[in-house]
Design a protein around this ligand. Structure first.
Ligand SMILES: NC(=O)c1ccc[n+]([C@@H]2O[C@H](COP(=O)([O-])OP(=O)(O)OC[C@H]3O[C@@H](n4cnc5c(N)ncnc54)[C@H](OP(=O)(O)O)[C@@H]3O)[C@@H](O)[C@H]2O)c1
Length: 329
C-alpha cells in the first residue's frame, strides 16, 4: 500500500536526520524506506505553517497519509526568555494549523514533537510520560512549554471527539549534523563546538558558561530519527513517549566540553564563566516506556555521535551550516 509521509520542519536538525536515516538504512529494513513510501521533507519556504491557508495548500499539494510534525519556533534559553509571547503564539498557530488540517483532510496519523521543557519546574525525577501536566513549567520558557503541552491536550481531544490517531514524542536534548550553530541562539553542544572552533581559528579564549557541573541527557539526532520512524510504523497510542538515552547516561557540561576538545583536537585551555547561570542541576528522564516497547535498540555512543557532528560541522562551516555568519552578509 502506498503512503506519503510529510515531515514538517524537514530542513532542521531532526528533519535532516530522518532524511539521512531513510536514505541510508537498507531499503525495507526496520528504519529504512519501505516499498510504496514517499517521504517529503518540507521547509518553511514551502509554506509558513503559522498561516492556515498555506498549511492547507501544503497538505493539498502532497496529500500526506502520515505526518511527522517537527516544525516549530525553536531557540536557546536567552531567546526564549526575551520572546515568550512569540514562542507561545507561533507554536500554538503552527500546531493548531497542522493538526486541524490533518484532521479535515483525513490524514491517517500525526506524530508531533514535544520537548522535556514541557515538564513542570517542580516535579519528582525522573520525568516520565505521566507527569507532563502536574505543575507549571520553568518560567524562562513558559511560552514555548505551554504551546508544546497543548499539543498533548489537542491529541487527546481529537482522539476523544473523532478517534484520530494523533500522538507525540518527547525528546531530551538533541544534537547532530544540521544543528543550529549560531552563537546567538544555539543549544549547548553546537554553541560549545562553535566557540571551540573560533578559539582555534582566531586564538580567542574558549569560555564555557556556568560551572560545568550540570548533568544532561543528550540524544543523537540520527538515533532520534530511528525512534520517530519506529513510532510511525509500530506505535498507535495517543499517549506520548519519551525519546531519551538511559538515566545512567547523563553527562556533565564539563564532560561534553572535554569530548568536544578531543573531537576538535583543540590544544588550548578553556575556562568556566561561573557568573553565568547553570540552569537546573539535572532533569533526568526515564526511557523505560520506550525500551519496553521497542525491544532491542542501540544508541550511538556519545563520543562517536559527537565525532560525526564535528566532522559535519567542519565540512559545512563555510557553506550550509547555520553559524550565524551569513546573517550580516
Ligand atoms: N533541538 C533540540 O534540542 C530539541 C529538543 C527537544 C525537542 N525538539 C523539538 O524537535 C523539533 C525539531 O527541532 P529542531 O531542533 O530540528 O529545530 P530546527 O533545526 O530549528 O528546525 C526547525 C524546523 O522548523 C521549520 N519551521 C520553523 N518555523 C516554521 C514555520 N512557521 N512554518 C514552517 N516551518 C517552520 C524550519 O524550517 P526552515 O528552516 O525551512 O525555516 C525548520 O525546518 C521541534 O518541534 C523542537 O521543538 C528539539
Amino acid at each position: 500500500m502506498s503512503s506519503v509521509i510529510l515531515v514538517t520542519g524537514g530542513t532542521g536538525l531532526v528533519g535532516q536526520a530522518i532524511k539521512h536515516v531513510i536514505e541510508t538504512e537498507p531499503e525495507g529494513s526496520r528504519f529504512g524506506k519501505k516499498a510504496g513510501e514517499t517521504w517529503v521533507f518540507a521547509s518553511s519556504s514551502e509554506g509558513d505553517l503559522r498561516d492556515a491557508e498555506q498549511t492547507k495548500k501544503l497538505f493539498e499539494k502532497y496529500k500526506p497519509t502520515h505526518v511527522i510534525h517537527l516544525a516549530a519556533l525553536v531557540g536557546g534559553v536567552f531567546k526564549n526568555i526575551k520572546n515568550n509571547a512569540t514562542f507561545f503564539r507561533d507554536n500554538m498557530q503552527i500546531n493548531d494549523n497542522v493538526l486541524y488540517t490533518a484532521h479535515t483532510l483525513g490524514t491517517k496519523k500525526v506524530i508531533s514533537c514535544l520537548s522535556t521543557c514541557v515538564y513542570p519546574d517542580k516535579v519528582e525525577y525522573p520525568l516520565d510520560e505521566n507527569k507532563i501536566h502536574l505543575g507549571l513549567p520553568h518560567p524562562s520558557n513558559f511560552g514555548y512549554a505551554h504551546s508544546k503541552r497543548m499539543v498533548d491536550v489537542a491529541n487527546h481531544a481529537y482522539k476523544d471527539q473523532f478517534g484520530s490517531n494523533f500522538t507525540s514524542a518527547i525528546p531530551t536534548n538533541v544534537f547532530g549534523p544540521h544543528d543550529n550553530f549560531d552563537l546567538e541562539d544555539a543549544h549547548v553542544i553546537p554553541a560549545l563546538l562553535h566557540k571551540c572552533y573560533l578559539s582555534m581559528k582566531n586564538g580567542t579564549p574558549f569560555i564555557v558558561a556556568g560551572t560545568g557541573t550540570p548533568l544532561r541527557q543528550f540524544i543523537y539526532s540520527r538515533d532520534l530519527a530511528k525512534l520517530f520512524i519506529w513510532q510511525l510504523r509500530e506505535y498507535d497510542d495517543v499517549e506520548p513517549i519519551i525519546f531519551s538515552v538511559g538515566e545512567d547516561e547523563e553527562v556533565s557540561i564539563k564532560q561534553v566540553t572535554d569530548a568536544i576538545v578531543r573531537a576538535m583536537n583543540f590544544k588550548g585551555e578553556y575556562s568556566f564563566d561561573t557568573t553565568k547561570a547553570d540552569g537546573q542541576f539535572r532533569k533526568p528522564a526515564s526511557n523505560k516506556k520506550l525500551l519496553s516497547l521497542i525491544g532491542d535498540f542501540k544508541f550511538t555512543p556519545f563520543e562517536q555521535a559527537l565525532d560525526e557532528t564535528v566532522r559535519w560541522f567542519l565540512q559545512n562551516y563555510d557553506t550550509t551550516a547555520r553559524t550565524g555568519n551569513k546573517k550580516s552578509v
